[in-house]
Design a protein around this ligand. Structure first.
Ligand SMILES: Cc1cc2nc3c(=O)[nH]c(=O)nc-3n(C[C@H](O)[C@H](O)[C@H](O)COP(=O)(O)OP(=O)(O)OC[C@H]3O[C@@H](n4cnc5c(N)ncnc54)[C@H](O)[C@@H]3O)c2cc1C
Length: 391
């Protein structure tokens, strides 16, 4: 086997999954992570499709099952908090053959991390400043000034990938902004909303809440905006509050309950589209090359699928990166492109821009499990599974 020494930048969902499979197949991966610990952002992810299959192959379904939030429904509420339409999430799961979970992103990372703990070195507070490659390997300089040579480098460092920026340059061409920002934070649950997800919508914006363990309440916002790029963490609370200050329901109370120093997630919905994901000895996985955005509800699943496919192709070709990278892209890219297209099409119904649009969305939610409409729903969501033909 050649090219055994592999550096993975980013210990997120894609990076941790790749590290697991590479180590299992006899490679020698090293992970670097810019944060001082694993990111534990406060938002829930739906998890189904190809990633579910990879999780099954990794033997982590029982742990994920324990962390699953088996929520009954999503209630769309009006200004008074009264339910005006309700989506039965349990029925939605049945449509997915019950091969689906909903858990906090941090729960998935923690579960993946436990599979590689003690087996794969992880260097925290570490990022790459320079990358030079030739036919023998990739030389990287880290932020502490140290230089090291690896056989291959994989950028698994998310939608704003550092590796992509250093190696592929053409950022403007890769970023496809969908016209919305999303925010999330967690507060103490002193509210009487406990059983479901609750979502409040006005034209161009939505705000949702759901109770999570340890008496916490998670919030989730999506709103229309011009592209403001990356938002400094110090400005996020104010930025969200400015957008939602005149919005009804319990929104002002949610902000009142948010401590000044609490972490707030806020970023744009921007898809990443690239002609090719690899350049010589460097390749990208997960959001770094194929971000589909939360609208698709499949980003983490795709991140795990991409990691698994890349590792299996490297194994199949005895570490030959040229063949493995080409085959990895060939297997995954067509599926990613379909999901990205689907997500673009769904953006308007995720956050309707007019009162009429909201009314139509509510009617659709009421009818979505009627015979005949169910298959339309599944098609709309383009539930992806790149392994399905082989099962
Ligand atoms: C609000 C919200 C809701 C979502 N809901 C869903 C959902 O329901 N279902 C779903 O499947 N997906 C969902 N997603 C998408 C999902 O979170 C992503 O697709 C997934 O996290 C991608 O995994 P990744 O490992 O590629 O990137 P990330 O999870 O972004 O991980 C990247 C890692 O790289 C690290 N990193 C960044 N820069 C550097 C650097 N310079 N050097 C070293 N390390 C670095 C980061 O700290 C992080 O640990 C949602 C996303 C958001 C924002």
């Amino acid at each position: 086997m050649k090219n055994k020494k592999i550096l993975i930048s980013g210990a997120g969902i894609a990076g941790l999954t790749l590290a697991y499979w590479l180590e299992k197949f006899g490679f020698e991966p090293t992970l670097i992570e810019i944060g001082d610990h694993l990111r534990n952002e406060g938002y829930m992810i739906d998890f189904f499709g190809s990633g579910y299959d990879v999780a099954e192959k990794m033997g982590i379904l029982p742990t994920l099952q324990e962390r699953d939030y088996f929520v009954e429904g999503l209630s769309f509420v009006n200004k008074k908090g009264e339910t005006v339409a309700k989506m039965n999430i349990r029925k939605l799961r049945k449509l997915l053959m019950d091969r689906a979970f909903a858990f906090m992103r941090g729960d998935l990372e923690d579960t993946l991390y436990k599979k590689i703990e003690g087996k794969v070195p992880i260097l925290f507070q570490t990022t790459i400043t320079t990358i030079t490659q030739n036919s023998n390997g990739v030389e990287v300089t880290f932020n502490n000034g140290r230089t090291e040579k690896f056989d291959l480098l994989v950028g698994a460092d998310g939608a704003r990938s550092n590796v992509r920026q250093i190696v592929f340059h053409n950022e403007k061409a890769f970023n496809h902004y969908l016209g919305y920002y999303t925010g999330a934070f967690i507060i103490e649950n002193s509210f009487s909303y406990n059983a479901n997800f609750y979502s409040y919508v006005e034209p161009g914006l939505q705000a949702s809440i759901y109770a999570i363990r340890n008496n916490k309440l998670a919030t989730f916002f999506v709103y229309k905006s011009e592209d403001k790029g990356w938002i400094n963490p110090k400005l996020r609370k104010k930025s969200l509050m400015d957008t939602y200050k005149n919005v009804g329901w319990i929104i002002p109370e949610l902000f009142d309950a948010l401590p000044e120093d609490a972490p707030v997630f806020l970023d744009s919905l921007t898809q990443i589209k690239m002609k090719t994901w690899s350049k010589d000895r460097v390749t990208l996985i997960g959001d770094a090359c194929d971000c589909v955005t939360l609208i698709a509800g499949q980003g983490s699943s795709l991140a795990m699928a991409g990691a698994y496919v890349l590792a299996t192709e490297l194994k199949k070709f005895g570490g030959d990166h040229t063949q493995a990278f080409a085959q990895y892209e060939k297997r995954l890219k067509p599926e990613v492109e379909k999901i990205q297209k689907m997500a673009e099409g769904l953006t308007g119904s995720f956050v309707p821009n007019t009162k009429l649009g909201i009314w139509f969305r509510n009617q659709f939610v009421k009818m979505m499990f009627w015979p005949g409409i169910r298959s339309f729903v599944l098609k709309q969501f383009h539930v992806s599974n790149i392994f399905s033909e082989k099962k």
